[in-house]
Design a protein. Structure first.
Length: 166
């Protein structure tokens, strides 16, 4: 049964079953998505990461690489995502003493028929999980949160900027 709410969900078929959206007729456009998230930790843990003294090595560099790799694997992780030929993925990780912790931002880009929001969100999620994994020996109280889409451009639905569309 199709309800008003379910009819707006593009991955739900007429009978309520999950399906992959056919993007074959969509125009190819440049599509960019930016996502962000945070990982809170004890100030001592943040200092350890900053100073490069974590037992497992370079936490920020490893998390950046993990986020990029994850974006490229999104269709293997999220069942109805299309495999995409990404042209750019970047992951920036900056210290935020006010959390205290790290802020992670990922940008994914391509020229194609479907958006890259899931790739940017996946990159942020896995970067945060990698930071947790690399520092959990000293701080199991770390908290990952605030993972969200910040902006997207391209495609039929147009541009989105968090706060402007709320």
């Amino acid at each position: 049964m199709t309800t008003p709410a379910s009819s707006a969900l593009t991955h739900i078929g007429a009978s309520g079953e999950a399906n992959m959206v056919d993007v074959g007729e969509k125009a190819e456009t440049v599509r960019v998505a930016v996502a962000e998230g945070t990982i809170r930790m004890r100030p001592e843990t943040l200092a350890l990461i900053r100073e490069g003294d974590a037992k497992k090595g370079d936490v920020i560099g490893t998390a950046r690489l993990a986020g990029i790799m994850a974006a490229k694997q999104t269709s293997n992780l999220i069942p109805l995502c299309h495999p995409l030929m990404l042209t750019k993925v970047s992951v920036e990780i900056v210290e935020d003493p006010a959390l205290p912790g790290l802020r992670v931002e990922a940008t994914a880009k391509l020229t194609g028929r479907t958006g890259v929001e899931m790739e940017a969100l996946t990159a942020v999620s896995v970067a945060c999980l990698t930071i947790y994994d690399m520092a959990k020996a000293v701080d199991r109280e770390m908290e990952i949160g605030g993972i969200r889409l910040v902006a997207k451009s391209g495609g039929r639905s147009g541009d989105y900027l968090r706060g402007e569309n709320s």
